[in-house]
Design a protein around this ligand. Structure first.
Ligand code: ATP
Length: 335
């Protein structure tokens, strides 16, 4: 199981020092004169997991199609493992892509499917079989290796798809909505698998998902697209730090709202105290901007309330979640 604390600790202790394995520069693409991708530039280091985010129609699929050489960009350039996008066949040999969930041959066994792709990448039949078995073990499917894919559950198919994406020992793996339709345990197991792949094999992973909590828990880096443009790019911590404003929401008993307001207004880091929702006991406290992950002002608010013996029913930090940043930035781009 991956906890957000694990992910945060890993991010904090894991500065990017390596050369990028993927570099994209000013990629652009229009369909029939209508821009779908206006300008995409980012880099990704080996062993890092990048969350690729954006609302519907933002240009994610277009970007992934370009980076996996299915589409040619109108402008711009990218390189994977030092290979220029001018050589799509060589790029294809260095990437792995999770197939769409409908794209599996039902009448083939899991191991035969991997052997088929192994041979496609130039392994002999016995090499491909050896690699296939090893990968089935990586994804925890060895016990179903000889079962027909048609008998696999959705989660098993996703794991087989990840094994297929690894057959050529790729430098970069592209996973589009890998946990879609999986139950919570299946989601957690798949995310743990993705993290292992990045850490143990040193593969960079690009993960497209609409589940922001998933991205926040497993990704090191993030790119947020909106209407074909990058609106945020960087480590998850950096991007979360871009949230507009800094503040907390507190709920106290109704009878204590006036006193809480008075106590909080006296604090040096407090800009404004605004009671919210008539008669709900909620109070919004706007704080001076601190450094990312500096909780001094939040703690001062808590301490002041505790000292004044005001019961705290709920306490929520604002502007600290990826979801809030996503909503703020994509809304600004649409306006
Ligand atoms: N083949 C196509 N022909 C014309 N327009 C297209 C084509 N593919 C995508 N578009 C348009 O390009 C824009 C970006 O689409 P894209 O599929 O890349 O977005 P997306 O971020 O993947 O969206 P979603 O989250 O809904 O999958 C959209 O306005 C879409 O309508």
């Amino acid at each position: 199981m991956i906890s957000e604390n694990d992910a945060a600790a890993r991010r904090a202790s894991d500065p990017v020092t390596q050369e990028p394995i993927l570099e994209a520069e000013h990629l652009k693409k229009s369909y029939g004169g209508r821009p779908a991708l206006r300008d995409l530039s980012f880099t990704l280091a080996p062993g890092r997991i990048l969350g690729f985010l954006g609302p519907n129609g933002a240009g994610k699929t277009t970007s992934i199609r370009i980076l996996t050489t299915i589409l040619e960009p109108d402008e711009g350039h990218f390189a994977i493992a030092g290979i220029s996008s001018r050589y799509p066949e060589r790029i294809r040999a260095r990437i792995g892509v999770l197939p769409e969930s409908q794209g599996y041959p039902k009448e083939m066994t899991g191991i035969d499917y991997l052997v088929y792709f192994g041979q496609h990448y130039g392994w002999t039949s016995s090499e491909a079989r050896q690699i296939g078995w090893a990968l089935l073990e990586v994804v925890g499917l060895q016990h179903r290796a000889r079962s027909l894919i048609g008998s696999y559950s959705r989660g098993m198919r996703q794991r087989l798809g990840i094994a297929r994406a690894l057959v050529n020992d790729p430098a970069v793996v592209f996973l589009d909505e890998p946990t879609l339709g999986l139950d919570p345990r299946g989601q957690q197991e798949l995310l743990a698998l993705i993290r292992r792949i990045a850490r143990e094999r040193g593969a960079a992973v690009i993960l497209c998902s609409h589940l922001l909590s998933e991205i926040e828990s497993v990704c090191d880096d993030v790119v947020i697209l909106s209407v074909g443009q990058v609106v945020a790019r960087g480590s998850v911590t950096e991007v979360i730090g871009q949230a507009r404003g800094n503040g907390v929401r507190i709920q106290v008993p109704l009878s204590a709202v006036a006193e809480a307001e008075q106590v909080l207004e006296a604090l040096p880091d407090v800009i404004r105290v605004v009671p919210k929702g008539q008669g709900s006991g909620w109070i919004q406290v706007e704080l001076l901007d601190g450094a990312p992950e500096d909780n001094t002002a939040n703690n001062a608010v808590l301490e002041a309330l505790i000292q004044a013996k005001i019961p705290i029913l709920t306490f929520e930090a604002e502007g600290s979640r990826l979801q809030e940043v996503f909503l703020q930035l994509t809304e600004e781009a649409i306006r």
